[in-house]
Design a protein around this ligand. Structure first.
Ligand SMILES: C[S@@+](CC[C@H](N)C(=O)[O-])C[C@H]1O[C@@H](n2cnc3c(N)ncnc32)[C@H](O)[C@@H]1O
Length: 275
């Protein structure tokens, strides 16, 4: 058995797959985005920093929420990942998005610049997450809120877990530390500890859980498969691909309910206020 060849944290390489699989305009995952926007106390006219924006969650939904008098700065370490956000903003005619490239551990903004800071599925990646949150707090105005969303525990994320286990079994591979990193801060209390250590107050943490319905027609796993394993898929023959899809379809059969699959999706949402 070999160590997994999962693309992992090579975001520059994965960017093309993310941009290609991003929604064309409005989010198709808006439930979580609206929860982030509410937790960060975002209102019309606010100037918001979204860290690790990737293909635009929650940056696009936030740009709509703050309206023309507000703005969203979409920030990411990889321009390739931001390509999807740029395209979506253009498709929607949004003029209040700005783009900046850099690491979240050292933000190129003055102290006390933004009304709110958001970050979805990004704070698991820096080695020193407390320092990264500290940077977000530095650029936030006093009284403003930050909101971080991370994945909930693997067992409560059916789509990810079933796909991961099936792909690993297909390639006869083992989990790597990259996969463990994805579930950093997944347990209730871990985000609170992080935000407390970074000096925030009025901290709230909760589970955002949904029973997602996905159509049984077609391959509802295709986007996650492309985003997670796109490079490897590109090297497979049509026959190998067909076999992999057949294995995935079989693995999801227990979740079929008539004309749709029912899949549990769980994220953790933590927020706090700058004193
Ligand atoms: C899982 S994606 C999340 C994208 C988007 N927020 C979403 O929820 O769909 C993680 C993003 O974090 C970015 N990233 C990883 N480490 C980073 C760092 N140290 N500083 C800034 N961005 C980083 C990656 O480039 C990637 O776009």
């Amino acid at each position: 058995m070999t160590e997994t060849k999962e693309e992992g944290t090579n975001w520059a390489e994965r960017g093309a797959f993310w941009a290609r699989t991003a929604p064309q305009g409005l989010s198709d995952q808006d439930h979580g985005n609206q929860a982030i926007i509410a937790a960060a106390g975002i209102e019309e006219g606010d100037h918001v920093l979204d860290i690790a924006s990737g293909a635009g969650e929650p940056a696009i939904s936030t740009a709509i929420a703050v309206g023309e008098t507000g703005s969203v700065t979409a920030y990411d370490a990889n321009p390739e990942m931001l390509a999807g956000t740029r395209q979506r903003a253009e498709n929607l005619g949004l003029k209040n998005l700005r783009f900046e490239i850099g690491q979240m551990e050292s933000l190129p903004f003055d102290d006390n610049t933004f009304d709110a800071v958001t970050c979805r599925f990004g704070i698991m990646f820096p080695d020193d997450a407390v320092a990264a949150v500290g940077e977000a707090v530095r650029v936030l105005k006093p009284g403003g809120r930050v909101a971080y969303m991370v994945h909930g525990v693997a067992e409560e994320n059916t789509l990810y877990t079933v796909l991961r286990d099936t792909v690993w079994a297909y390639f006869n591979e083992q989990p790597s530390s990259t996969h463990n990193r994805r579930f950093r801060f997944s347990k209730l209390g871990e985000l609170t500890e992080l935000l407390t250590a970074a000096g925030l107050e009025d901290i709230e943490e909760r589970k955002v859980q949904e029973n997602q319905k996905r159509p049984s027609e077609g391959r509802m796993w295709q986007r996650l498969l492309d985003r997670s394993y796109g490079k490897r898929l590109a090297g497979m023959s049509d026959e190998q691909l067909e076999n992999l899809h057949a294995a995935i379809k079989t693995a999801f059969e227990p979740y079929l309910r008539g004309d749709h699959y029912e899949l549990l999706s769980t994220d953790m949402l933590g927020s706090g206020r700058k004193p």
